[in-house]
Design a protein around this ligand. Sequence first.
Ligand SMILES: [Zn+2]
Length: 411
Amino acid sequence: MDATGVVICLAIAASAAWGVYLRLRQMATVEANRNQVPADFTRDVTLDEHRRAADYTMAKTEFSIVETIFDAAISILWLALGLAPLYAAVAALVEPGLIRSVLFVLIFSVIASLIDMPFAAVRAFWLEERFGFNRLTPRTFFVDQAKSGALELAISAPLLLGMFWLLRAAPDTWWLIAYVGSIALAIAMTVIYPTVIAPLFNKFTPLEEGAMKRRMEALLAKCGFESKGLYVMDASTRSTHGNAYFSGFGKAKRIVFFDTLLEKHSPAEIESILAHELGHFKFGHVRQMLLQAAAIAFLGFAVLWQAFGSDVFAGWFGLPNDPGIVFVALLLAREPISHVLSPLLAWRSRRAEFEADAFARDLVGKEPMISALTRLTRDNLATLTPDPLYATFYFSHPPVPVRVAQLRAAR
Ligand SMILES: [Zn+2]
């Protein structure tokens, strides 16, 4: 490894150190506010519930500190020590060429997933279990892992093969062609994901007929949203956390409610959650996110083009210049850059949430929205007192106290 390689490894370590610092801040703030329910919530959240949310946040954050340090150490170990022997092992079995490059990436990703699996298991069976959220059994856990692993291989193998093939067939323009292809795939995914992939893991059923559905349909009609797009997902098979989301666009758009959410909320609250999701639809947030991803992907492909085009990048880490190994090394080395970008992406996402909240408020009034948010926070044991800097960096949704204050402040 040369000096640039060392600097990149130091950047990975620095990024992890910054992540740990933010998490420690989060823990300190939550701990400091553990014994006082924020003024806006004293009516709806008991001190016991507030303390339990603090304990859950502390446990989760502690766990993620361990994970952050472990991930950075593993990335650096891969770059400094692991990739070269792994490549030598693959090279001993497979002739140089397309298949060798693809196989190297796939074997790497299988090993990386196996290294990650204990974390997922501890999260479900120790962390979530302790706070009563886990509904996974060891069997469903392993079936999920096997399914998602197989799916990942089935999708990435042909894509990698296509990319490495293009790289040889069109050395100057391959990255533009691959970029356009990846955008087309991302658009296709907005249809394929909800209709083909998500049903491999969960059951989606159209919302039941009845008073609730009629009430929702009236709201949908007001916003020009086809009512075929309302689904209930059996999230309760895995966890008791409640949620709702909006995905896709055009004919593929749908709003999905977790069954756990429908169980716990009043009809007025559910209506306000639907109104919020309709806000995402009205403002075209899915399209905006896709455009943002397209801009990031463009930069990503430009970097790949540069890295594949010379042996400089592989040389930084003293690695053989094979596209497979360069691809993996880039995946490992990009972490500090994604981390630096995360506050920008989180900020854009939070802005979209405020817009959707404002839309819901105009549609159904602020009271049901406030009570829905309060109940969601209470049931999911989300902290009401996050550290502001931590939230700025990582929160895709504004902290609930800020959302509630914003709703209350409106006329
Ligand atoms: Zn939202």
